[in-house]
Ligand binder design. Structure first.
Ligand code: PLP
Length: 459
C-alpha cells in the first residue's frame, strides 16, 4: 500500500452535499425539548420566536437521516472546505507509539475554528427568511468572528455583544469582526436595560457571558424581525457540524483506515457531535465498535460531574429546556481558566449517548492541556487553540496506552482550531504562573440545586 500522506484533502466533488442527522439512527431519541411556559414538549411553532423556521424544524426533526446542504451554503463551504485529514507522523514519533494518529483540522479559515460550519448555515436561513438581522454574544471571540464572516457573506446585519474584559484584552478579535462589518458592543453596555442595570450598580463591571447573552437576547426580542443565534449545544448546530465527521469518515475510507477510538474536546458539544456522528451511527447499528471519547476541562466538568436534567440551553433562559448533563445554567466557571469550553451544559444528543453508554468522558486540568498543546505545536507545526488541545491531550493519552499495551490502534481526533488569540494563556503557561482549578462539590451543588423545577418531571 502506498504511504499515507501527511495531509489528505478530499476534492470539492467528493465533499458531502447533505448533513447527517444522527438522531434518525438513535434507538432511543434524546428527551424532547420542553416549552418553559407550559412544561410540555415543544412543537415547531413554539420555537419560531427564537429560531428561523427552517432551523426550528431541524431542531425538532428526529427522523430525517440526511438534510441537503443548500447550494449557497455549499458554495461558501468551498472557500475553506474540504478540510484536511492529517496524519500526525511527527507526534507519533515523539511519543514512540505504535498507534496511528489522525486529526481533522478545522482551523483553516479566518475565524480559526469549526464554528464557521454552523454560522454559515444559520446566517443563510436567517437571510432566506428575510430577517433584518441577528444578535449574538461572544466570550473568547471565535463564535463572534465566525458569525461575522458568515453574515458578511450573506449581507445580514449582525450585532455582537462581547464580554467587556475580552473586548479590552483581545482588541484584534474586535477588529476582525469590524472588518467583516459586524457591530461589536462591549458588554455590559448602555444600549440595553440589562446592561444599564449592571452599570448603574458598578460602572467598572468587566462583564460575563451571562450578561452578554442577556443583552443580545434583549436586543433581538425588542428588535424588528431580529433573532438571537447560538453557536453550540443545539441539535441544529450538531447537524451542521456533521460535515466534519462525514468528511473524516470518507477520507479514512480512502486510506483504508477506520478509527478504534475517536477523541474530541467538548464545550457545548458541537464539534464532537459532528465528528463522531458517522462513527456513532456505525456503533449504534452494530457495524463497528469504535470508542468515542469526550474530553472536558476539570474546571467545567458537565459530563463527568454534572446532573442529567432539564435545563436552559442559554444563561438568558429564552431557549427551550433540554435534558442534558449540566452544572446548572447559573454556573460560572473559574475566571483563571484560560481556554474556552466554559459552557454549563452538554448537547442533548451527546448527553443521551453518554447516558446510554455509547460515549466515554474524561476531564483534564489546564496545565496538562498546555503540556499537550506545546508538544503538539512543536511536532506538528500548528498552534492549537486551548480548547482543541483538550482533544490533543486525550489522543496522546490513548497513544501512550497503545504503547504500553503494544497495540497499533488507529486514533482520530478533532483539531478544532488555532490559538493565535490565546497567547496570554500560552505565556502564563510558559511563565509557570498558570493555575489549575477544580471546583468543589459544594460549588457545583450551588448551581445544580437551582435547576428549573418542572411539575411532574423534575421537582
Ligand atoms: C467553541 C470552540 C470549541 C468548543 O465548542 P463545541 O461546541 O464543544 O465544539 C472547541 N474548539 C474551538 C477552537 C472553539 O472555538
Amino acid at each position: 500500500m502506498a504511504k499515507i500522506p501527511h495531509r489528505l484533502y478530499l476534492t470539492e466533488d467528493q465533499m458531502p452535499t447533505a448533513w447527517y442527522n444522527l438522531r434518525a439512527d438513535m434507538k432511543e431519541k434524546p428527551d424532547p425539548m420542553l416549552n418553559p411556559a407550559t412544561g410540555k414538549p415543544c412543537v415547531e411553532e413554539d420555537l419560531y420566536p427564537v429560531f428561523c423556521k427552517k432551523l426550528a424544524h431541524q431542531e425538532l426533526d428526529n427522523d430525517t437521516r440526511f438534510v441537503d446542504i443548500p447550494g449557497a451554503v455549499l458554495d461558501m463551504y468551498k472557500n475553506y472546505r474540504p478540510s484536511p485529514l492529517c496524519r500526525a507522523y511527527n507526534l507519533e514519533k515523539a511519543l514512540d507509539t505504535p498507534a496511528r494518529i489522525y486529526y481533522k483540522f478545522e482551523g483553516n479559515n479566518t475565524s480559526g475554528s469549526h464554528k464557521l460550519n454552523s454560522a454559515i448555515a444559520q446566517a443563510y436561513y436567517a437571510r432566506e427568511q428575510g430577517l433584518n438581522g441577528v444578535t449574538t454574544e461572544t466570550g473568547a471571540g471565535q463564535w463572534g468572528t465566525a458569525l461575522s464572516e458568515a453574515c458578511a457573506y450573506f449581507g445580514l446585519p449582525l450585532t455582537v455583544f462581547m464580554v467587556k474584559a475580552s473586548y479590552q484584552q483581545k482588541p484584534f478579535r474586535k477588529a476582525i469582526m469590524h472588518t467583516f462589518g459586524a457591530e461589536v458592543i462591549a458588554s455590559p453596555s448602555d444600549t440595553t436595560d440589562a446592561g444599564r442595570k449592571l452599570l448603574a450598580e458598578d460602572p467598572a463591571n468587566p462583564g460575563s457571558l451571562g450578561c452578554a447573552i442577556s443583552e443580545a437576547v434583549e436586543r433581538a426580542v425588542k428588535g424588528d424581525n431580529v433573532r438571537y443565534v447560538l453557536g453550540s449545544v443545539l441539535n441544529q448546530v450538531l447537524l451542521h457540524q456533521s460535515i466534519i465527521g462525514l468528511e473524516s469518515a470518507q477520507a479514512m475510507e480512502l486510506l483504508g483506515e477506520y478509527p478504534d477510538v475517536v477523541v474530541g474536546c467538548a464545550g457545548g458539544g458541537s464539534n464532537l457531535g459532528g465528528l463522531i456522528a458517522p462513527f456513532a451511527r456505525d456503533k449504534i447499528l452494530g457495524k463497528a465498535d469504535p470508542r468515542l471519547v469526550a474530553v472536558e476541562p476539570a474546571s467545567c466538568p458537565s459530563l463527568t460531574r454534572g446532573r442529567y436534567a432539564y435545563d436552559f440551553c442559554d444563561t438568558g433562559k429564552i431557549t427551550p429546556m433540554a435534558r442534558m448533563y449540566t452544572l446548572g445554567c447559573t454556573f460560572t466557571p473559574s475566571p483563571i481558566h484560560a481556554g474556552g469550553l466554559r459552557y454549563h451544559g452538554m448537547a442533548p444528543i451527546l448527553s443521551k449517548l453518554y447516558h446510554d453508554g455509547y460515549m466515554e468522558a474524561e476531564s483534564v486540568t489546564q496545565t496538562n492541556v498546555f503540556d499537550a498543546a506545546t508538544l503538539f505545536a512543536r511536532q506538528e507545526s500548528i498552534l492549537p487553540a486551548p480548547e482543541s488541545a483538550h482533544a490533543i491531550w486525550g489522543a496522546i493519552k490513548e497513544a501512550l496506552r497503545c504503547k504500553e499495551e503494544g497495540r497499533s490502534e488507529t486514533i482520530l481526533f478533532g483539531l478544532t482550531g488555532t490559538g493565535f488569540f490565546d497567547m496570554t494563556a500560552y505565556e502564563s503557561y510558559m511563565a509557570g504562573t498558570m493555575q489549575d482549578y477544580v471546583p468543589t462539590d459544594a460549588e457545583l451543588h450551588k448551581s445544580m440545586d437551582k435547576l428549573p423545577k418542572i411539575p411532574g418531571i423534575q421537582e
